[in-house]
Design a binder for this molecule. Structure first.
Ligand SMILES: NC(=O)c1ccc[n+]([C@@H]2O[C@H](COP(=O)([O-])OP(=O)(O)OC[C@H]3O[C@@H](n4cnc5c(N)ncnc54)[C@H](OP(=O)(O)O)[C@@H]3O)[C@@H](O)[C@H]2O)c1
Length: 330
C-alpha cells in the first residue's frame, strides 16, 4: 500500500492556509498521543504511511509530544522519515515550543527567545531535519513581552530553520496583538492553532474564526473529534484501549448520560447523511470558512482511513444545520 498509491493527491482537498501561498491537506495528522516511546513503532509507521498514501501532507508535532513528554514523538517521526526522505518536499512538517519541556527556567512553560531558539534546534535534531515548515509558539505567555516571542519566531525564519510561523492557544485579542508585530517585521505568520469542535466552540464565541478569516490567517484546528467523543468509539461503552479506557480523566469525566445522548442523536444525523459520526464532525469543522485543516489524532491506521473521507460530504443542508444546532445548544 505504502506510496504505491500514485493517485494519493486526487483523494484529498488542499486548502490555502489563510492568504498565504501554503496549501495544507484538509485533514492533517497530529502526533500528540500514540507516537511516544510507550507506543508500538510498527503501528506509528503504518499510520504515517497510510496518512501519506491518502493524500495527507501535513504532519503536526511539538517538542513535548509523546509519552513520556521528552521529545519521543519527534524522535519516532525522525525514524519513520528515514524511509521517506525522498518525499520531504511533498510534506509540510510543523513543530512547536511553549509548554513545559525540560528542567530549569529555560525549558519551562514560556515564550522566551532563549527557550524557543533552543527548543527548535533540539526538534530539528530529533527529527533529523534541516528546517520545519511551520514553527509555532505553543501557548500564550502573559509574562514574556510579545515582541520577544515574535522576534524569536521571526529569527527562526531568517535563520532558515522554519519557513512559516504560527501561534497556538492564543485568543482573538492576543492574536491581534502579535499579528501587528509580525506585520512590522514582515514575518510569514500564517496560522493559528486553536481547539475547536462540535463540542467546543470557544473560537466562535471569541470571534477568533471571523478575525482569522478577515486577516488572512488560517486556522489549523486541534482535537476536532473532541479527543474521540465525536466518533462511534464510546457509543456502546468504554473500550479498554480507548483514550478514556486508558485513564484520561479530563475527557473521561465528561462522558455522562447527557453527553452519550447527544452523541447518539448526532450519530443518527450522520447515518442519515451517509457518514460516520467522525466524518460528520470533521466535515462540520471544515465547513467553517476560517478553517484550513483539521488536525486529527489516531491510534490505528483504520481511523485515518475512515476520517479522511469526511471530505466527500462537506456541505450541510439548512435542515441538518438546524437539527445539529439544536443538539449542540442544549
Ligand atoms: N496546540 C495544542 O495545544 C494541541 C493540543 C492538543 C492536540 N493538538 C494537535 O491536534 C492533534 C489531534 O488532537 P487529538 O488527538 O485530541 O484529536 P482528535 O482527532 O479530536 O482525537 C483523536 C482520538 O480520537 C479517536 N479516534 C480518531 N478517529 C477515530 C475513529 N474514526 N473512530 C474511533 N475513534 C477515533 C482516537 O482515540 P483512541 O486512542 O481512543 O483510539 C484518537 O486518538 C494532536 O495530535 C496534535 O497534533 C494540539
Amino acid at each position: 500500500m505504502y506510496i504505491a498509491n500514485e493517485k494519493r493527491y486526487d483523494r484529498m482537498i488542499y486548502n490555502r492556509c489563510g492568504k498565504s501561498g501554503l496549501k495544507l491537506s484538509a485533514v492533517s495528522l497530529g502526533f500528540w498521543k500514540n507516537f511516544g516511546s510507550s507506543g508500538r513503532f510498527d503501528n506509528m509507521e503504518k499510520m504515517v504511511h497510510t496518512a501519506f498514501d491518502l493524500g495527507i501532507t501535513h504532519f503536526d508535532l511539538a517538542n513535548n509530544y509523546g509519552n513520556p513528554y521528552n521529545g519521543s514523538a519527534e524522535e519516532n517521526f525522525g525514524r519513520i522519515l528515514e524511509g521517506m526522505r525522498e518525499y520531504r518536499d511533498e510534506m509540510c512538517i510543523s513543530t512547536k515550543a511553549g509548554y513545559e519541556m525540560w528542567a530549569g527556567p529555560y525549558g519551562d512553560r514560556n515564550g522566551s527567545r532563549k527557550y524557543l531558539t533552543a527548543s527548535l534546534d533540539q526538534s530539528l535534531k530529533r527529527m533529523e531535519l534541516d528546517y520545519v515548515d511551520i514553527f509555532y509558539h505553543h501557548v500564550f505567555d502573559p509574562d514574556t513581552p510579545l515582541e520577544e516571542t515574535a522576534l524569536a519566531l521571526d529569527n527562526a525564519v531568517r535563520q532558515g530553520k522554519a519557513l512559516y510561523v504560527g501561534i497556538s492557544n492564543y485568543n482573538k485579542a492576543q492574536t491581534a496583538e502579535i499579528m501587528k508585530i509580525f506585520r512590522e517585521l514582515h514575518t510569514p505568520f500564517i496560522v493559528n492553532q486553536p481547539s475547536y469542535s462540535m463540542l467546543n466552540r470557544w473560537v466562535e464565541d471569541d470571534g477568533l474564526d471571523d478575525f482569522a478569516a478577515e486577516n488572512g490567517i488560517g486556522l489549523a484546528v486541534f482535537s476536532p473529534l473532541y479527543q474521540g467523543f465525536l466518533t462511534d468509539r464510546y457509543l456502546k461503552g468504554v473500550p479498554e484501549d480507548s483514550r478514556v479506557g486508558k485513564g484520561d480523566t479530563w475527557i473521561g469525566n465528561q462522558l455522562d448520560e447527557k453527553m452519550l445522548s447527544r452523541l447518539g442523536r448526532l450519530n443518527t444525523i450522520a447515518e442519515r447523511r451517509g457518514q460516520k459520526l467522525s466524518q460528520m464532525a470533521l466535515s462540520w469543522v471544515l465547513s467553517n470558512k476560517a478553517v484550513a485543516t483539521v488536525l486529527i489524532g489516531a491510534s490505528r491506521p483504520e481511523q485515518i482511513e475512515e476520517n479522511v473521507r469526511c471530505i466527500d460530504k462537506l456541505v450541510f443542508s439548512e435542515e441538518e444545520k438546524r437539527e445539529i444546532e439544536n443538539i449542540l445548544c442544549e
